[in-house]
Design a protein around this ligand. Structure first.
Ligand code: COI
Length: 361
């Protein structure tokens, strides 16, 4: 296990009460930092007090958005133990995002150790109330000072932690999403599969419009024909038509969600008929009209498993399952959170307890 130098804060804060937690507005006392320079590689890993850092106004990330991040969670179970959900998979995905953005790879074990070591220092911040978690946000930014467009020669990797409640104000209640054929989030061959800052910037305008129209989020359609479902931006999308569960395939334009993969695995192990295939918005509309559109939900680290109660498209509002959480959506939510909090068996070794890396390996 890697040992990192630790500088403890001299002004520790009081973590907020679990029942006041929202998403991503409170941060813990410490953060992990490490730099990269060409010739030296990644160096100087350390844990320091959480604080602002200064950047040169000409630094690359501020102009050309050469940045990647990931998001994962640690959970405190009723047994008092803290478990990180699929840390190695998130480390691998961070490196895949980095590759697409020409950012140098980090040893995945070092990434995982950065999560573990930081959480150990700030473990009093891991909330215990069901539905809460400690959100982990590893981030890499390009720090070279120059205005020419080429990959940076220096980077900063840092990890911050945030105790969180539900991502949506609706909590586990069904959200309303709007399929837009006006704006696009990503196209195949672009950056859509990478967890990179620009994808989220690209989503803001459409999301604002959706919110003004009374929807929680946008359901992005493919960037060429504006016809096939892509993803929601903060979650992958899944639906059940008849007895078939469908989710869009990993086509390079959508994020390879870890919760997506986890729920697909569960459903296949339950013997359900699961297809990763293109699904056109017209197919969804037709299924709603002929009564076979049974359920729709999103999956994501922040969103967990979120039921979709209403889908807007071309001025029409399609109510799904009477606007209520469907049985399969609920079953998936219960199975995932049961594994995350250690209240259900974890045959997949997804939720690894802190301080016991071998136990679930
Ligand atoms: C996540 O689910 O971890 C995300 O990154 C979504 C959003 C908060 C950006």
């Amino acid at each position: 296990m890697a040992e990192f130098p630790i500088t403890l804060t001299t002004t520790p804060k009081q973590p907020p009460a679990d029942d006041t937690l929202r998403f991503g507005n409170v941060f813990t006392d410490h953060m992990f930092m490490m730099e990269y320079d060409d010739g030296r590689g990644w160096h100087n890993p350390r844990i320091v007090p959480y604080a602002p850092f200064s950047l040169d106004p000409a630094c690359c990330v501020l102009h050309y958005a050469q940045a990647v991040f990931d998001g994962l969670k640690a959970f405190r179970g009723p047994d008092g133990r803290i478990r990180i959900f699929r840390g190695p998979d998130h480390a691998a995905r961070l490196n895949r995002s980095s590759e697409r953005l020409c950012i140098p790879q980090i040893d995945p074990e070092l990434i995982e150790e950065s999560f573990r070591a930081l959480i150990e220092v700030d473990q009093r911040w891991v909330p215990a109330k069901p539905g809460t978690a400690l959100y982990i946000r590893p981030t890499i930014i390009a720090t070279e000072t120059f205005l020419g467009v080429h990959p940076s020669h220096s980077y900063l990797y840092y990890v911050i932690l945030s105790p969180v409640g539900a991502y949506y104000a609706e909590g586990m209640n069904p959200v309303k999403i709007l399929a837009t054929d006006t704006h696009v989030r990503a196209v195949q061959g672009g950056l859509g599969a990478a967890k990179t800052a620009g994808n989220y910037a690209a989503s803001l305008y459409g999301a604002e419009e959706a919110q003004k129209a009374g929807f929680t989020q946008v359901l992005w359609l493919d960037g060429v024909e504006h016809r096939y479902l892509d993803e929601v931006g903060t979650m992958n999308i899944m639906l059940k038509i008849g007895d078939e569960v469908i989710t869009p395939p990993l086509n390079g334009a959508i994020l390879a969600g870890i919760t997506r993969e986890s729920t697909l695995r569960l459903m296949r192990d339950w013997g359900l008929r699961v297809s990763e295939r293109q699904v056109a918005i017209d197919e969804v509309v037709a299924a709603s009209q002929n009564g076979t559109l049974a359920e729709m939900w999103g999956t994501g680290t922040a969103a967990v498993v979120s039921p979709v109660g209403e889908l807007g498209y071309k001025g029409e509002r399609i109510v799904i399952n009477g606007g209520k959480t469907g049985a399969l959506t609920q079953r998936l939510y219960d199975a995932i959170v049961g594994i995350q909090y250690g209240t259900l068996p974890d045959p997949y070794g997804w939720a690894r307890p802190l301080g016991n890396r071998q136990a679930a390996a």
